[in-house]
Design a protein around this ligand. Structure first.
Ligand code: COA
Length: 285
């Protein structure tokens, strides 16, 4: 058992199953890909379980921040090669499309626009298809000894699913093509340089640093947090003119939907009460 595993809270029996384990701790939902004997390779049933878990956690007050990680030595060894290649070779197109649909749902459609902040905590092996959920989490912290690789070229396929698209959003063309073409492995510190993760820390500090970051996020107004994340993600594909209009409207909408009245609170505490400085931290909630 690693230091990380030893200190994680107990799994919630209602949300945990064969493929995914969920544990709650002070506003954090720890979501662990839970097929350690298969290095958390992402099977069809894991996708189905992840869809249920993400759906439930979105409306569960115990989840303020979602941390996605892996049980055992892997974050994830990528797509389950047996399930997604050999087993689908003989099945109907309809079954194949259903498997792809389940996977696309959790790995990027849901995660990318999830209502709660998400952090990928990369604890070990991270290959191929695993880059998609990693990149679709808002933030990522890696263990220095995690091993990453776009290994597809090593066994005769392309980085498919949506991996090539996902890496193109964070890595430069030179970097992405280098790893697509060589299949070379790299570690946590290199993942920082490539822009794939925010930071990389020694394995025994991984959980501690992740919790520290979660606490910072949990201090903030959750409505503003959601709106700010969404706004950023949507404007990436807009023009400057569209962005300006959209952000103005999104800002107005934020005031409208924020039950906590964060904007008023912030202005009052800074301008009238003089009890805090927005440049130095969150207003008192
Ligand atoms: N799909 C299906 N099964 C996988 C898998 C994958 N992506 N990755 C690992 N497994 C299975 C192995 O087949 C093995 O199963 P078995 O016990 O029934 O034989 C089990 O997980 C353990 O794997 P093993 O290779 O013995 O573990 P390891 O710790 O020595 O090596 C890896 C770990 C991740 C380096 C190695 O498993 C690997 O290269 N996996 C494939 C990674 C990859 O290319 N992924 C891209 C997919 S898009």
């Amino acid at each position: 058992m690693t230091a990380t595993e030893a200190t994680l809270p107990a799994n919630d029996p209602d949300l945990s199953g064969d493929n995914v384990a969920v544990a709650f701790e002070d506003g954090i939902a720890w979501v662990k890909l839970n097929r350690p004997e298969k290095r958390n390779a992402m099977s069809v049933s894991l996708a189905e379980d992840m869809n249920v878990v993400l759906d439930k956690l979105e409306i569960d007050d115990r989840c303020g921040v979602l941390v996605l990680t892996g049980e055992g030595s892997a974050f994830s060894a990528g797509m389950d090669l047996k399930d997604f290649f050999r087993a689908t070779d003989g099945v109907s197109d309809v079954e194949r499309m259903r498997a792809y649909r389940s996977t696309r749902a959790w790995q990027w459609r849901t995660l990318m626009h999830y209502s709660k902040p998400t952090i990928a905590m990369v604890n070990g092996w991270c290959f191929g298809g695993a880059f998609t959920p990693l990149i679709c989490c808002d933030l990522a912290i890696s263990s220095d000894d995690a091993v990453y690789g776009l290994s597809e070229i090593n066994w005769g396929i392309i980085p498919g699913g949506v991996v090539s698209k996902a890496i193109s959003t964070l890595m430069s063309d030179r970097q992405a093509l280098y790893y697509v073409m060589t299949g070379e492995q790299f570690g946590g510190q290199e993942a920082v340089k490539l822009g794939l993760v925010n930071e990389s820390v020694p394995a025994d500090k991984l959980r501690e640093r992740t919790v520290e970051l979660c606490k910072v996020l949990l201090e903030k107004n959750p409505t503003t947090m959601r709106q700010a994340r969404m706004a950023y993600k949507y404007i990436r594909e807009m023009t400057w003119e569209e962005s300006a209009e959209y952000l103005t409207a999104k800002g107005d909408q934020t005031v409208f939907v924020d039950k906590e009245k964060g904007r008023e609170q912030g202005l009052k505490q800074f301008l009238d009460d003089k009890t805090y400085r927005p440049g130095l931290g969150a207003y008192k909630r």
